[in-house]
Design a protein around this ligand. Structure first.
Ligand code: SF4
Length: 263
């Protein structure tokens, strides 16, 4: 099966440059032998894809990873989208026990204290739920764009994701942010109002800030870490040296990393 999916991924990757995003989604819905899942972050790229999937009534599952730390505006976009299209965006939540254990160990905002803490938070709130969201699927659709960051330059329109054992397709890979903005404006697609306030790439509230004019698009994500680490673990395996903040030397995890009592 995986050999068949790998061959199909290569075929679709060669075909995608000649197709519109809507045609790419139709092709995936028609050609993929199994379930296709689109994971939306509710950002502007993903809203365009949700619009196309719902408007074209495609048999593609739309899911979002609710980390529990999203901006209030993201929940508003989620609700507005369901009301506009009359379709449900399925929620996937972190494992309750793992979440409790992590928060009780490293604190509610431990992600600021050490890169290991931040990665653990992304692991519990995003990466493990993503695995469940994609379980049993044959294809995964994302809203990744080539020009979002240097980390994403080497990606493809369609590839085979060996980690999840499925086709990974990026139907907006060659679209620019401005093209997507114009499309969503023309089609009256609900978008997060934070985009207009300088939040170009929107993730969890504690880990997202507005960017200044001229700053890279993803400079507002995990801005206290080095640029090479600014990924959530869903798409890129991060590694390298990082900046640590307020960490007691010698301790890299657990309550002991904090100075003084934690409660
Ligand atoms: S983006 Fe921030 S709050 Fe969200 S899962 Fe990752 S570390 Fe946790």
């Amino acid at each position: 099966m995986s050999a068949d999916l790998e061959a199909l991924a290569r075929e679709l990757d060669a075909a995608f440059p000649r197709l519109t995003p809507a045609e790419r989604l139709h092709t995936l819905a028609e050609r993929v032998p199994g379930r296709t899942v689109f994971t939306t972050s509710l950002g502007i790229e993903d809203q365009m894809l949700t619009h196309l999937i719902f408007s074209e009534k495609l048999g593609i599952e739309v899911k979002t990873l609710d980390t529990g730390r999203l901006f209030p505006e993201a929940y508003q976009v989620w609700r507005d989208t369901e009301e506009k299209y009359g379709r449900r965006i399925r929620a996937v939540y972190p494992n309750g026990e793992a979440l409790e254990e992590m928060v009780n160990d490293q604190g509610v905002d431990g992600l600021y204290y050490a890169p290991e803490f931040r990665k653990r938070c992304c692991g519990v709130r995003k990466v493990e739920p993503l695995g469940r969201a994609l379980h049993g699927a044959a294809a995964w659709i994302t809203g990744l764009r080539r020009d979002q960051s240097a980390n994403r330059q080497g990606m493809e329109f369609v590839g085979f994701d060996a980690a999840h054992g499925l086709i990974k397709a990026n139907p907006l890979f060659d679209w620019t942010r401005e093209e997507i903005r114009l499309f969503t404006e023309d089609a009256h697609v609900p978008v997060n109002p934070l985009h207009a306030k300088g939040f170009l790439s929107i993730g969890c509230a504690p880990c997202t800030r507005a960017v200044k004019p001229g700053e890279p698009e993803r400079a507002g994500r995990w801005w206290w870490e080095e640029e090479t680490l600014r990924e959530c673990g869903l798409h890129v395996e991060a590694d390298g040296r990082v900046v640590r903040a307020k960490l007691v030397p010698g301790n890299t995890h657990g309550d002991a990393a904090f100075e003084g009592p934690t409660q």
